[in-house]
Design a protein around this ligand. Structure first.
Ligand code: FES
Length: 115
């Protein structure tokens, strides 16, 4: 059986920030520890503040749970977008945080807002 990597590299190419974390760390834990450019609020897959584009390594994140899947579908997120508050890392990833005002986010009607 293959051993998990000793250290996992998280890179934000646009800002040049990076850090090394342990296998199964969460992106929110890494953000808190290394001041990564991800903002978050609810940590419950509700507010979408933490929406992040996965540029590389989508397969190296934990699978979306039911709540994350529902929220991402509600806001019409692209297939490579994840809610960082729900992700554990199992291998190297390259990420780009999507601020709440970023035009890459699709506008949603007030009826669709998961809040
Ligand atoms: S912090 Fe609210 S959805 Fe992730």
């Amino acid at each position: 059986m293959e051993q998990p990597p000793a250290k996992i590299l998280i890179v934000f190419p646009k800002s040049g920030q990076s850090c090394e974390v342990d296998y199964d760390d969460t992106l929110v834990d890494a953000t808190f520890r290394y001041d990564l450019p991800i903002r978050y609020r609810c940590e419950r897959a509700v507010c979408t503040t933490c929406m992040t584009e996965v540029l590389e390594g989508l397969e190296n994140l934990s699978s979306p749970n039911e709540r994350e899947t529902k929220t991402l579908k509600t806001v019409g997120a692209a297939a490579n977008y994840r809610l960082a508050c729900q992700c554990s890392v199992y291998g190297d990833v390259k990420l780009d945080y999507i601020p709440i005002t970023d035009p890459r986010r699709k506008p949603v009607s007030s009826n669709d807002n998961p809040l």
